[in-house]
Design a protein around this ligand. Structure first.
Ligand code: HEM
Length: 512
């Protein structure tokens, strides 16, 4: 006898399907009504300007972005899109996902501060978690709040950066600079210096990559780590660029280099926990006098090894390339304008050859203008984004002029561009694209200057970074009476997780 399918209660099946359809209809209607109310209450106007011709997949935009990236013209061309459309907020759609891109300070303030809780980091966690786990840079909500709470006290110290340690690394860097005026790429040295100083600050042990720069010791674990850390970031960048297609990319290499990074950091985590145990055991007052080591301070607050590793590696990533990129971009620019070096020499002369103290560094006004100007013209985090996790509203971007409030449905990615915003002539004048430190004499910008982000997630290492960059610059200015560019043409982007100079910072330095 043939088996009959279960047809005893078809009525129940139809009823369930009917209820489900009704439920869908009901939710769509309530969603529509709630959105209409938000739009009316806030006077929102529709988003008029969009960049993609392919309205669903945005294949034209994807292709254009890839081309501009490979030609190292992504940032200026992305800036041009705003000028082409004549507005500071536009939309696009890529693989069915909606994007709103803005260079309006008021919108950015809304996303990062006023309506902070309406947004998360979006896809960042997915791409970064194999290296970063769930540390501060890579988490949202309660997890992020816990990380921030854990780390913040360690950044609150007034004189966090250790000038003596900077000087030790600086001496090694100075040794690597030719004194006969031949060309040197400072960018390479800055990247070595910042990983050496950051690892010393975080782990109490430096990678010493400047010390061993001529020795290619393949068995030196510090060298292996420094290389693996660079490669791990490269792997992330490749995956981010491919987006959803990264699913088809082999992750074997990424896994290998991530493992090297984790094992290296784990040694210092164990060390920090042992140091805490010794301290607890001995209650040794003398230990309180020992040198400040970030990981040891963290281990006083938690002994969760995974949490410690994640936070340390997050801070290394957030703090290393950023400071090196700032220095490289700035030296690219100032080496093109000898008058700037002369002014810096004049300012630094007040130290009469002594090493600067914190107080003295802070008072080097012209040096601060140079750093600000570099962060303005070449913000090392030139673009960023957040994902709307509920329906919300931006103050600007709606209507043909983009000056009306704009409704942002849940699931929209809001991209923002400090690069474009920092070059707006209505904020910085007709010479906005020129490197001119003097403009800082009268500038007091608000949200239109955003190199370190703003709101609850503002960069924790801002003071550390500015102290390190000021120290390095001040020492170079003291040691060399001339700094001349050895690169042709203008600055070109080298866009990875941050933006450095594609031509490096090739200069000739004349000893004082
Ligand atoms: C010129 C140097 C630097 C620049 C331009 C910079 C910029 C930024 C920016 C734009 C963000 C926000 C990222 C986001 O939320 O999407 C950020 C976050 C962060 N930065 Fe920096 N940074 C610099 C140096 C440093 C240094 C030296 C450290 C640590 C020693 C550091 C630690 C952090 C941390 C921990 C966060 C995450 C904060 C959070 O999400 O709550 N940064 N930084």
């Amino acid at each position: 006898m043939a088996i009959q399918p279960e047809t005893k209660h078809p009525f129940l099946l139809y009823a369930a399907a009917g209820f489900f359809c009704l439920y869908l209809l009901y939710s769509q209607i309530t969603l529509y009504l709630s959105r209409r109310r938000i739009i009316r209450q806030n006077g929102c106007q529709p988003l008029v300007h969009r960049i993609n011709k392919d309205p669903f997949f945005g294949l034209d935009v994807i292709a254009e972005n890839r081309k501009l990236g490979s030609e190292k013209r992504f940032l200026p061309c992305a800036e041009q899109r705003f000028y082409r459309l004549g507005v500071w907020t536009y939309g696009s759609r890529i693989f069915g996902e909606s994007f709103v891109v803005t260079a309006e300070p008021e919108n950015i303030k809304t996303v990062l501060s006023t309506k902070f809780k309406d947004f998360t980091l979006g896809v960042r966690e997915h791409y970064f978690k194999s290296l970063l786990g769930h540390g501060i840079f890579n988490s949202d909500g309660e997890k992020w709040a816990n990380s921030r709470h854990l780390l913040r006290p360690n950044f609150a110290k007034d004189q966090l950066a250790d000038l003596e340690a900077f000087e030790r690394h600086m001496k090694l860097m100075l040794k690597a600079i030719p004194k006969d005026g031949s060309t040197v790429d400072l960018q390479e040295l800055f990247f070595r210096l910042t990983i050496d100083s950051a690892t010393e600050f975080l782990f109490g042990h430096s990678t010493n990559s400047l010390k061993y720069m001529d020795v290619d010791d393949e068995n030196n674990e510090d060298t292996i780590f420094a290389k693996a850390f660079n490669e791990a970031q490269h792997e992330i960048v490749q995956n981010v660029r491919l987006g959803g297609l990264s699913f088809f990319r082999s992750q074997k290499r990424a896994k290998h280099v991530n493992r090297i990074c984790h094992e290296y950091v784990d040694k210092f985590v164990d060390d920090a926990i042992r140091s805490r145990e010794r301290r607890d055991l001995e209650k040794d007052a003398a230990m309180k006098q020992t040198k400040y080591v970030f990981s040891h301070e963290l281990a006083k607050q938690t002994t969760d090894k995974k949490a410690l590793r994640d936070e340390l590696i997050n801070i290394l990533l957030a703090g290393r390339d950023t400071t090196a990129s700032l220095l490289s971009n700035m030296f690219f620019e100032i080496s093109k304008k000898p008058y700037i070096w002369a002014k810096l020499r004049e300012e630094v002369a007040q130290l009469e050859g002594r090493l600067p103290t914190y107080e003295e560094l802070r008072n080097l006004k012209y040096l601060k203008w140079c750093l600000n100007e570099s962060l303005r013209l070449h913000p090392v985090v030139p673009g960023n984004s957040r994902l709307a996790i509920r329906d919300t509203v931006l103050p600007l971007g709606g209507g043909p002029t983009g000056k009306s409030p704009l409704f942002i449905p849940k699931g929209t990615v809001v991209g923002y561009s400090p690069y474009t915003m920092h070059r707006r002539t209505d904020f910085y004048g007709p010479d906005a694209t020129a490197f001119k430190p003097e403009r800082w004499e009268h500038l007091r910008p608000g949200w239109e200057f955003l190199p370190f982000n703003g709101g609850p997630r503002i960069c924790l290492g801002q003071q550390y970074a500015l102290t390190e960059a000021s120290y390095v610059t001040c020492r170079l200015v003291q040691e060399f009476k001339g700094c001349e560019s050895r690169s042709e043409g203008g600055w070109v982007e080298q866009l990875t997780l941050t933006v450095a100079s594609d031509k490096g910072a090739k200069v000739s330095l004349t000893p004082a």
